[in-house]
Design a protein around this ligand. Structure first.
Ligand code: GLC
Length: 437
């Protein structure tokens, strides 16, 4: 897990047939908020009708993947997780199983193109893979009341369904993905319900075993299960528990949510959107500000978690201009302050009023605290609780020394009048030993 814990920041990519539809169905906007990667379910279209409308609009340009990888690198991301198959069931690789994949429909292996581009930029690779499938005609959707399906409540259009046949197909496609594209660093499953999960729904134990057998170093999330032992308190988007037994996965996955005090004792990663949808929508303009995005990255790191920030490219693979702008803004901040995020640990003290804190042990046994100042003090004074002997302090931007004094277990810093950065200015404070908690 070490590379992953040190990485702290990754790019999530939701891209597939739904991206060409862009949140529009029969000429009308389906919604201005919410996941448009779910459009097939939102309009209750069967897979044939959906594919007929979506396929013509899914025309990836030749170099689309290079743009993604370059953007992830420019943003300071260390890994890239993309949708090899989402709930609509369309697979982006050239598969020998079935015919609902890019090989059969576009004569391209989009997974191979994306993996190559990401490796070229030195990024670690993650495969998001949906176990839910709204295309496969043996996926027995009536067996779960909690999981979504466009035909939910309707009888199976093809009579009875042998779910085991679908699970066999799922295992075949996953085997192809972890056997044919070189080292894969992350498997990001999605998702299970309390009434449909684990071995009963996906033969999950076998699935994880076949992946580990072919990719011994791979990291997997906890979404093949929906039990407390796997970090789930329920179905809601705040139902996360700081608990994960190794056989259920390697990290917990809060979604659009940051645990108030982190999740001490488990590895966790918060995934979030730039607006309100994972898949591209032409109708969703609720873009988060650069300030919100940078401070969210800092907040998550200060609580010991990873941030997986999503982009939703269009049907041709191009990235919306607003997303490019936001990721470049994060990258500009990381250029100066990346040291205060990568390979750091959670704050040794509770959330200070002026911002957040991350820390890093120094090779000589000292500790460097990174004080991420959101609200630059008008009186130039910054107070930090620390009983550990002070060594010195400096601004990370430019390296200028910062005057510091210590009385008992309180350090007082005298800051220059002007904040180096309007979003978050980092002061590096060195202590002569472990920081107290
Ligand atoms: C939710 C959304 C799904 C998305 C996932 C990403 O489960 O329903 O569409 O892929 O979150 O975390």
């Amino acid at each position: 897990m070490q590379w992953w814990r040190e990485a702290r920041f990754g790019m999530f990519v939701h891209w597939g047939l739904y991206s060409g539809l862009a949140g529009t169905w029969e000429g009308k906007a389906v919604a201005t908020k919410g996941g448009m990667e779910w459009i097939q379910q939102r309009v209750k279209a069967d897979t044939g009708t959906y594919a007929q409308a979506a396929l013509p609009l899914f025309q990836p340009t030749p170099g689309f993947a290079q743009e993604w990888a370059a953007l992830a690198k420019a943003a300071g991301c260390r890994y890239l997780v993309f949708t090899t198959k989402h709930h609509d069931g369309f697979a982006l690789h050239d598969s020998k199983a079935g015919d609902y994949h890019a090989g059969a429909r576009l004569q391209r292996d989009l997974v191979r193109e994306i993996v190559a581009a990401a490796r070229q930029q030195g990024l670690r690779i993650g495969f998001y893979h949906s176990v839910i499938d709204w295309h496969h005609d043996q996926y027995a959707y009536a067996q779960s009341k909690q999981l979504p399906h466009p035909l939910k409540g309707l009888p199976y259009p093809n009579g009875g369904r042998d779910h085991a046949a679908y699970v066999g197909y799922l295992h075949r496609q996953v085997t192809e993905l972890v056997s044919g594209y070189g080292p894969v660093d992350i498997l990001w499953w999605d998702y299970s319900a309390q009434d449909f999960q684990g071995d009963a729904a996906w033969r999950a134990g076998e699935l994880m075993a076949l992946v580990r057998a072919r990719q011994p170093a791979i990291i997997m999330n906890n979404r093949l299960y929906r039990t407390p032992e796997a970090g789930w308190a329920g179905m809601g988007t705040s139902g996360y528990l700081p608990r994960l037994e190794p056989r259920y996965g390697d990290f917990v996955t809060p979604e659009q949510h940051i645990p108030a005090t982190g999740m001490p004792g488990v590895d966790w990663e918060t995934c979030m959107t730039l607006n309100t949808t994972w898949g591209f929508s032409a109708h969703d303009h609720a873009w988060k500000s650069d300030e919100t995005l940078v401070r969210t990255l800092i907040d998550i790191a200060s609580k010991g978690g990873n941030y997986l920030l999503n982009i939703g490219p269009k049907g041709d693979g191009s990235v919306p201009a607003e997303s490019v702008k936001s990721l470049r803004a994060i990258g500009a901040w990381m250029q100066v302050n990346g040291e205060a995020i990568y390979a750091t640990q959670a704050s040794p003290f509770d959330k200070p009023a002026w911002g957040r804190c991350t820390q890093k042990r120094l090779p000589d046994g000292g500790t460097r605290l990174y004080l991420h100042v959101f609200d630059w003090p008008a009186d130039g004074k910054l107070v930090v609780p620390s009983a550990t002997r002070l060594r010195g302090a400096k601004l990370l931007a430019g390296g200028a020394r910062v005057a510091a004094s210590q009385r008992g277990d309180t350090v007082t810093l005298t800051l220059p009048a002007q904040a180096p950065d309007p979003i978050a200015s980092v002061v590096a404070l060195d202590l002569d030993g472990p920081a107290g908690r």
